[in-house]
Design a protein around this ligand. Structure first.
Ligand code: ZN
Length: 248
């Protein structure tokens, strides 16, 4: 692989030894990358404040074939979210979203859409603290969609009929929706048109616009986000056995 230079979002760091740290980042070119930053724990480290969580950086690292852990040569800070991360609600929400990324983003697998979506959610979250729950829903939606785990909520999953504007659908155990005649009374939860609207529109606009679009639908945001969290837990249980559970 050799030397790689890419923009990245720092997700978290761990202490590796007295002097070194492990840095987990979502890179633009290579997906999730774990790397060793030598000397990062020293007071006068060349990495400075660039290793704070949620920093946008330019990172240069050396990758040996078949070794997951790369060797970080240089990190240059492009944008710091250090002061935003001092706000508890921001820190809590983005720590949760960073946890999702470390679980869902495959290592060394480029996904530019995932990177751009994460970056724009961070930028929007820093100026929309009142809407962090909406940004979290947006993020949950996209991380499932880009991973291929998101059910479609426009049609009945049994008869493929498109739901009407005023129609209430039935949520099934596999998180698909069915129409009343197909569900024959079996339903985990009723999903109304307002919830389907929140769900379906997340894919049509950037997070800033989505916040405005769902501003009057906070109850539906909470309810849809709850369902997305259940899907996320199901995926993690099934595909990432042994990982710790997530907290929102
Ligand atoms: Zn049906």
């Amino acid at each position: 692989m050799g030397l790689v230079e890419t923009e990245a979002l720092v997700l978290r760091t761990y202490n590796l030894s007295d002097a070194d740290k492990i840095v987990v980042s979502l890179t633009e070119k290579q997906g999730l990358v774990r790397g060793v930053a030598k000397g990062a724990k020293r007071l006068k480290s060349k990495f400075g404040g660039s290793l704070e969580p949620f920093s946008i950086v330019n990172i240069t690292y050396f990758q040996k074939e078949e070794m997951e852990l790369v060797s970080i040569r240089d990190i240059e800070l492009r944008k710091s979210y250090f002061s935003d991360a001092s706000k508890p609600e921001f820190l809590q929400k983005f720590s949760y979203l960073a946890d999702l990324l470390t679980k869902f983003a495959p290592p060394h697998d480029p996904n530019e859409r995932l990177y751009n979506m994460s970056r724009i959610c961070l930028e929007t979250g820093a100026v929309e603290l009142e809407s962090l729950d909406i940004i979290a829903l947006y993020f949950e939606y996209w991380i499932l969609k880009l991973g291929g785990y998101l059910p479609g909520w426009k049609h009945c999953s049994k008869c493929a009929k498109e739901f009407g504007n005023a129609e209430t659908a039935d949520l099934q155990l596999d998180f698909n929706l069915t129409c009343a005649s197909c569900s024959a009374g079996r339903s985990v939860e009723r999903i109304g048109p307002a919830e389907r609207r929140v769900f379906n529109e997340a894919q049509n606009m950037p997070p800033g616009k989505f916040i405005v679009f769902v501003a009057k639908s906070r109850t539906e945001v909470t309810s849809v986000s709850g369902i997305l969290k259940q899907i996320i837990s199901r995926v993690i249980d099934r595909e990432f056995v042994g990982e710790t559970s997530l907290t929102a």
